[in-house]
Every structure is written in structure tokens, then in C-alpha cells.
Design a protein. Structure first.
Length: 352
């Protein structure tokens, strides 16, 4: 082979190698990261006003948010996967009565607790979800099991509970989810329903305890050191829900979405609107098809699209470069962020 031809062959091979689709590990070498890993969480958005919050309550929320995010941060710092970070972080919030998920789930019209959850892996676009379960202690674990151990994306009701039992997940009796403040919220909403002719469905999110209405779903989004994004969301849904109502939280694309090429998102708010606006996927799509930044895409979807529809709530999200964004159109959202340096921000109100 002539010298010139050999050189051309080498150059062609080099070009081919450089343009191969990147695996997760190669991503690590090629990304221009702002953060090589990062994590963001929410504990629900809504009419959360400082004047209605006691110092003790505020401290309790902040402490639990901090405990949760540190759990995920440590996993990421030690090289763990974003999926593990999301699952374990959400477990901390599910096990706390402060949030409307797991132990703190709100009551249905029939005085039961029905849980919805979902999780998505941005590397493979695999996803898992469960809706309307009644005896699984940590619904996010069930969502992950559906993703990894079944050929399906979403299971519901008694079938999902059975699947959880068969896969050895923690099962509890209904009294585990009993929470007096949630039960009182249900009673006060039912009383209002009787007295108010114009039924404002927003009343279903009323939280007597902090004298305001809010959405207390929990969610987590993480980027790991391998460049893999993941998102998860877990909720008890809305107080006084009935007829097997399912919100956005277990709907992939509405409540949860993750794609390594764009971003990962977890939503909280008035679920019906988040489903109609396909909030989580829409943010990713604006980035993918319109080249928008995460910040601009999240602003467009929450402040323009969702708000125009009449929906309330917000999202937390991370893009493939580790940029973290929280966007909401309510007066507050329980939220926290941690970057690769371990710098933490825990916030509740809009003006924080
Ligand atoms: N999005 C949830 C639902 O509609 C509620 C929440 O975010 O708190 O079920």
C-alpha cells in the first residue's frame, strides 16, 4: 500500500472511531460538565407561605430534605448510579410523615391510602411505574422493580400489590399509613364539600396543618459520575380522590422523565394539568427539538404552557451537564440541591 493511501486509511479509521455513538462511560470522558454529578429533590409545591409556617415545622421540613439529599449525594459521590441515588433519596421522604408519599400519604374519599410512583433511567429510556397500590411501604421501590423485573412499564391496584409481594418488597398493613393530620384534612375537605356549592377541586389539596393548600408529592433527579440521568416521583395523590383517580406522578412523560441526551425531570402539582401538558417530557422535547437550555425549557412549560391551562405546581430537573433547575408557579416548593462540591441549598418559599 502506498504511503499516502495508508495515511488516508488511518485518518478515516480515526474519524470513524471519534464518531461512534457514545456509551455512558465514554460520555464521562467527552462531556463538558458543569457538575460531574449533582442531585435535586422536591417535597411538593403549593401555596406555602412563611406566615403560615411555624419555626419548628420549617426546621423539620428542612432537616428531612437535608437528610434525603445527603443520602443520594453520598451514593453519587461514591460512584453509585443515579437510579440508586433517586430510589434511596425518595425512600427517606417516603418514610417521613411530613410528605404526601409513603408513610405521609393523603387519604382517599373512602379513607384509604392509594400510592402512585414512577422512575426512569435516562441511559436506556427504561421506565417503571405503579398506581393505586395500598400495601407497599415504599412505592418507588415497586416502580423500580416493575422497570427491572417485569416486561411492563406500569402496574396498578391489587395486581401491582401482588407483584410487590412476589418480589419480596416491604409490605405493610393499612394502619402503617394512618396519620391524624392527613385524616383531619380529609374530614375538613368533606365538610367543605357539603357546605360549598361551587366545588373548587383545588380544595382537595388543602392542608389544615399549615393552613394552606399544597401538593406534597416527593421527587428526585440525579446525574451520576457516568453521565447517567435518572428521575423518580412518589405520591399519595390528592386528598379525597375517588374512583381510582390516578394523577401525573406515575405517568412517564408527565410526572417523571429522563433522557441522557437532554435532561431528567420530576413534577409536583395539580396532576390533571401535568398530564394534559405532558410537563416532564415537554421540557425534554423543547431541549431536543428546539435546542433550548433546561432553564428556558422549564420556564416555558411551567410559566407559560401550564399556567395558561390553569395548572399549578412545579418541577425539579437536571440537564446532561449537571445544571440544576427548579421552576414553579406556586408560592412555594419544598426543594433542595447539592452539587459535586457538596454545596447544598435547601429552600421552601419563592423568595428564598
Ligand atoms: N401531582 C400529584 C397528583 O396530582 C400531587 C402532588 O404533586 O402533590 O397526584
Amino acid at each position: 500500500m502506498k504511503k499516502g493511501t495508508l495515511l488516508n486509511v488511518c485518518l478515516a479509521l480515526l474519524f470513524l472511531c471519534c464518531n461512534q455513538p457514545k456509551t455512558g462511560d465514554e460520555n464521562l470522558l467527552n462531556r463538558q460538565n458543569i457538575n460531574t454529578f449533582s442531585i435535586i429533590i422536591h417535597g411538593g409545591a403549593g401555596t406555602i407561605l412563611k406566615k403560615n409556617m411555624t419555626a419548628e415545622k420549617e426546621a423539620a421540613y428542612k432537616a428531612k430534605l437535608e437528610e434525603a439529599i445527603r443520602t443520594g449525594f453520598d451514593i453519587l459521590k461514591n460512584g453509585g448510579s443515579s437510579l440508586d441515588a433517586v430510589e434511596k433519596t425518595i425512600n427517606i421522604m417516603e418514610d417521613s410523615p411530613l410528605f404526601n408519599a409513603g408513610k405521609g400519604a393523603v387519604f382517599t374519599h373512602d379513607e384509604a391510602n392509594e400510592h402512585d410512583a414512577s422512575i426512569m433511567d435516562g441511559k436506556t429510556l427504561n421506565a417503571g411505574a405503579s398506581a393505586g397500590t395500598t400495601m407497599v411501604k415504599n412505592p418507588i421501590n415497586l416502580a423500580r422493580a416493575v422497570m427491572e423485573k417485569s416486561p411492563h412499564v406500569m402496574l396498578s391496584g391489587t395486581g401491582a400489590d401482588t407483584f410487590a409481594e412476589e418480589h419480596g418488597l416491604s409490605i405493610v398493613t393499612p394502619d402503617y399509613f394512618y396519620n391524624e393530620r392527613r385524616f383531619k384534612s380529609l374530614q375538613s375537605i368533606k365538610d367543605k364539600e357539603k357546605t360549598e356549592l361551587d366545588h373548587d377541586t383545588k380544595v382537595s389539596f388543602y392542608d389544615d396543618d399549615i393552613k394552606n393548600s399544597k401538593f406534597g408529592t416527593v421527587g428526585c433527579v440525579a446525574l451520576d459520575k457516568n453521565g447517567n440521568l435518572a428521575a423518580g416521583t412518589s405520591t399519595g395523590g390528592m386528598t379525597n380522590k375517588r374512583w381510582g383517580r390516578i394523577g401525573d406522578s406515575p405517568i412517564i412523560g408527565a410526572g417523571t422523565y429522563a433522557n441522557n441526551n437532554t435532561c431528567a425531570v420530576s413534577s409536583t402539582g395539580w396532576g390533571e394539568y401535568f398530564i394534559r401538558a405532558m410537563v416532564a417530557y415537554d421540557i425534554s422535547a423543547l431541549m431536543e427539538y428546539k435546542g433550548m437550555s433546561l432553564k428556558a425549557a422549564a420556564h416555558e412549560v411551567i410559566q407559560n404552557k401550564l399556567t395558561r391551562l390553569g395548572g399549578a405546581g412545579g418541577i425539579v430537573a437536571i440537564d446532561k451537564d449537571g445544571n440544576m433547575v427548579s421552576e414553579f408557579n406556586t408560592t412555594g416548593m419544598y426543594r433542595a440541591t447539592m452539587n459535586e462540591k457538596g454545596e447544598m441549598n435547601v429552600e421552601i418559599y419563592k423568595e428564598d
